[in-house]
Design a protein. Structure first.
Lengths: 304, 259
């Protein structure tokens, strides 16, 4: 047996596989298929202070080896979350992380403060990279000064593990990773979706109600992997890699390029067991290579 | 019934008419817990353009053989690939998904209205209604005579009223033009078909104050309630058509009353 445990800040994870925000609901939706406690963690769907209905239908379009989405952070808001969803999450035997969103810095701060009081949530993922909202989201994640401001403000009120989720829709993603590190984040996760679009030639209309949306799935993997590799060399805090991971081999690529942990997103739509199968596949790989710990291969391509 | 992922074995694939076919698969697990109106998510491999699974309604269940039938219309690359599936091949399905139609009470008069691949869930629904001791009636609409799908299995369960848009068989017009639908008393109407048909049926039912459930075919990514892509606006906000639906009571939908 190989040791799959990893650490992000002071927080230890059973293994490096985490389900990505917006692609695993609140976890319970997957309980017929997997035992959540076999995962390193789950990041529940993008949460805001207020109730949001998201963008109008159609919000999804399949693309070659991927999909565009324009969900727009539909969620019932933090009050509902705390009262009706949190008590169930608190029973999970895996790390449950909340993906934090807002229109303004005050929104991010207020929400982080609220979640700071929830003892069963050991970490937040600060989403400054949602491409599907008009205010907030990616606007913070694509402007270095705004990114710094929001991370600084949240860090002051949030004292558990802070992960900043970076947008790939920038010229130099390492700049945002460095800012996250400087402002005291324990880790960065990347990537969120790439801004994209699709047109229905039959109706001569955009396929998404919002015209543009976020691209995910295997279509983005090579670009995501390149960004993870660049960021892992630019910062010393752990990097959580994601973007198009469908199986253990994909996950191992990210780990070998420098990711301490990985997230599994769109893959769960096609195979709801993808997350736990990837855990098994990583373990099998290490055993076959006679390696005792996943840390033996983290960033290995940079060492040889 | 718990949701499962399973490789089912294809035991038949028969063409009904141009572009329509029925796939029969057999399972190693019990299928009798599946409810009418539920659907499966079928994995279509081989091409990057069929990355996501394809949602398909459960057309019928044969408890004796432990088989499931799917009625499929070719709409694009995924359904085209499925049309070429042959006995012996495996078909990977996630099922059963979604809610279900609510069954009628004894003594009620019920009409099941549909057309094209929208007929898919109505056979199993008709069978379950019939088993519960209520006589189902079917109103089926087609473009013209040559597009009519074989409906012997429907006729075996109850009376079938036909409509074709050009009048080449049955009544001329849409399902909502069928006199039995317009004039006779109905306690419940169940509908699945193209959106304009469902809206017309909903409008007629609303006008006549008939209980009506429709099965929506929104675009889906996961079918599991984890992506929130399949939402439909309802009186209680955006709901997922894959978990809160696909079956909705028309009174809960924000559809305009005009057809
Ligand atoms: C709950 C549910 C049950 C369904 N049941 C059946 C069924 O029993 N039999 C059947 O033949 N079809 C059914 N459909 C529709 C079927 O899923 C689509 O036709 C199929 O996904 C198209 O895939 P494709 O690769 O062949 O075509 P694509 O290239 O993906 O699409 C071709 C065309 O069909 C449209 N389309 C794609 N997906 C859907 C969809 N989900 N609903 C409506 N239109 C769509 C596209 O906009 C496009 O215009 C159902 C859909 C849902 C949501
Ligand atoms: C339908 C959908 C909804 C998403 N919602 C969120 C969200 O609420 N917050 C967030 O940070 N990322 C969200 N994402 C982005 C994913 O977490 C992930 O970053 C992205 O999909 C790339 O990974 P993948 O290719 O493995 O899916 C969403 C992605 C999809 C497909
Ligand atoms: S299709 Fe994913 S939530 Fe309904």
């Amino acid at each position: 047996m190989a040791d799959l445990r990893i650490k992000i800040g002071q927080l230890e994870f059973r293994n490096p596989v985490i389900l990505a925000s917006g692609t695993c609901g609140y976890g319970s939706e997957l309980e017929d298929f997997i035992n959540l406690s076999e995962l390193g963690g789950i990041i529940v769907k993008g949460t805001t202070l207020e109730h949001r209905e998201g963008n109008p239908y159609p919000r999804m379009s399949e693309t070659a080896s991927g999909m565009l989405n324009a969900v727009g952070l539909q969620n019932k808001g933090i009050d509902y979350f705390e009262k009706n969803i949190y008590p169930h999450l608190a029973e999970y035997k895996t790390h449950v992380i909340v993906n934090v969103n807002g229109n303004t810095i005050e929104d991010y701060v207020d929400l982080s403060q609220r979640i700071n009081t929830l003892s069963a949530i050991p970490a937040i993922e600060l989403n400054i990279s949602c491409p599907n909202v008009k205010k907030g989201g990616m606007i913070f994640g694509t402007n270095p000064a705004s990114a710094r401001e929001v991370i600084y403000a949240v860090r002051r009120v949030y004292d558990k593990t802070l992960i900043v989720k970076l947008s790939p829709n920038v010229t130099d993603i390492t700049e945002f990773a460095r800012i996250s590190q400087e402002e005291g984040a324990e880790a960065v996760s990347l990537v969120n979706t790439f801004l994209g679009m699709a047109v229905d030639v039959r109706t001569m209309r955009p396929k998404l109600s919002t015209i543009t949306g976020g691209l995910s799935g295997p279509a983005i993997k090579p670009v995501a992997l390149r960004m993870v590799w660049q960021v892992a060399r630019a910062v010393s805090i752990p990097v959580i890699g994601l973007g198009g991971i469908m199986n253990a081999e994909d996950a191992l690529e990210f780990i070998m390029a420098g990711a301490t942990a990985v997230q599994v997103g769109t893959a769960s739509f096609i195979n709801p067991r993808a997350g736990t199968e990837i855990v098994g596949g990583i373990e099998k790989f290490l055993v076959e290579k006679e390696m005792d710990s996943v840390s033996n291969i983290t960033g290995i391509i940079n060492r040889i | 019934m718990k949701k499962r992922i399973e490789d089912l074995t294809v035991i038949g694939n028969s063409k009904l008419t141009e572009g329509f076919f029925v796939i029969k698969v057999s399972s190693s697990e019990d299928l009798t817990g599946i409810k009418p109106g539920q659907f499966v998510q079928a994995l279509v491999t081989e091409s990057p353009s069929t990355f996501l699974r394809r949602p398909l309604s459960v057309h019928d269940i044969d408890p004796g053989e432990n088989t499931m039938s799917l009625l499929v219309q070719i709409a694009g690359p995924g359904t085209e690939r499925l049309s070429r599936i042959t006995p012996g091949e495996k078909l990977n399905l996630i099922y059963p998904l979604g809610n279900s139609f609510t069954l009628p009470a004894r003594g009620e008069r019920v009409l099941l209205a549909g057309g094209g691949c929208g007929m898919a869930p109505l056979l199993y629904l008709g069978r379950k209604i019939s088993e519960s001791g209520v006589q189902p009636h079917f109103a089926l609409g087609f473009r013209n005579r040559s597009r009519i799908l074989s409906h012997d299995e429907f006729s075996a369960l109850g009376p079938v009223f036909l409509a074709t848009e050009d009048g080449s068989k049955g009544y001329r017009g849409f399902v909502t033009d069928i006199p039995e639908f317009r004039n006779e008393h109905w306690d419940r109407v169940y509908c699945c078909g193209p959106e304009p048909m469902m809206k017309a049926v909903a409008a007629l039912c609303r006008k006549r104050d008939i209980f009506c459930e429709v099965s929506l075919e929104n675009l889906m990514a996961c079918g599991l309630g984890i992506c929130l892509c399949c939402v439909v606006p309802t009186t209680s906000g955006n709901l997922c058509s894959c978990t809160d639906g696909p079956v909705f009571n028309i009174n809960d939908l924000k559809w305009q009353t005009s057809g």
